[in-house]
Design a protein around this ligand. Structure first.
Ligand code: 5GP
Ligand code: MG
Ligand code: MG
Length: 178
């Protein structure tokens, strides 16, 4: 499918499944090299990163654990800046190497908040793996070590990302056109 309609908006395909997979594998390989011997805990931020997490972790070959948290800061197509609490973090991360797995870093405020929260629990290190980054929208200084793809400021859906709850199921990434 080259275009999709979700509610009032039309989207056109912008990053194909194959191209996503190539970059996801590259990121997994980087993590395998960098974090060998660290037994990292991957912390997947739901809902948006479920597909990225599944694909990424299939290519992680070092011993690791995976856990899932929830938080939300986005409604419709503009960031509200209102960040909810972190839900579901039951692991003791003290002394652990944590890798946050996110779908997209836009302003970076969500990630900053999550880093602050996790930082109070004394992890050995926190790394960030984000499927997508919009570099021109970043408002805060973040070291995002593992990025699959950088994209322009347009609103996107697919591969886990939603518009009002819909669109997460597509294997490609779509950009709003109308
Ligand atoms: P930030 O706090 O970095 O501004 O926003 C992060 C969150 O906003 C992401 O985790 C994601 O849920 C949402 N977001 C940001 N840009 C987009 C986008 O282009 N499409 C979708 N579907 N969500 C986005
Ligand atoms: Mg997210
Ligand atoms: Mg969303």
């Amino acid at each position: 499918m080259n275009t999709i309609q979700i509610k009032d908006k039309q989207f056109a395909v912008s990053i194909k499944e194959q191209d996503i997979q190539k970059e996801v594998i590259r990121v997994a390989n980087e993590i395998n090299c960098d974090l060998a011997g660290k037994n990292p805990l991957f912390l997947s931020v739901l809902n948006g990163s479920f597909m990225f997490t599944a694909d990424l972790l299939k290519h992680i070959t070092i011993p690791c654990e995976i856990s899932f948290v929830k938080l939300a800061s986005y409604q419709g197509v503009t960031s509200t800046g209102k960040i909810k609490e972190v839900i579901g973090l039951n692991e003791d991360i003290a002394g652990r190497t944590v890798v946050i797995v996110e779908d997209i870093v836009d302003t970076g405020l969500t990630m900053q908040r999550l880093l602050e929260t996790l930082g109070t629990r004394n992890p050995e290190a926190i790394h960030i793996a984000s499927l997508l980054v919009k570099p021109d929208k970043l408002k805060v200084d973040l070291n995002i070590e593992y990025v699959a793809m950088e994209i322009p400021n347009d609103f996107i859906v697919g591969y886990g990302l939603d518009y009002d709850g819909f669109g997460r199921n597509y294997p490609d990434i779509y950009t709003v056109i109308d």
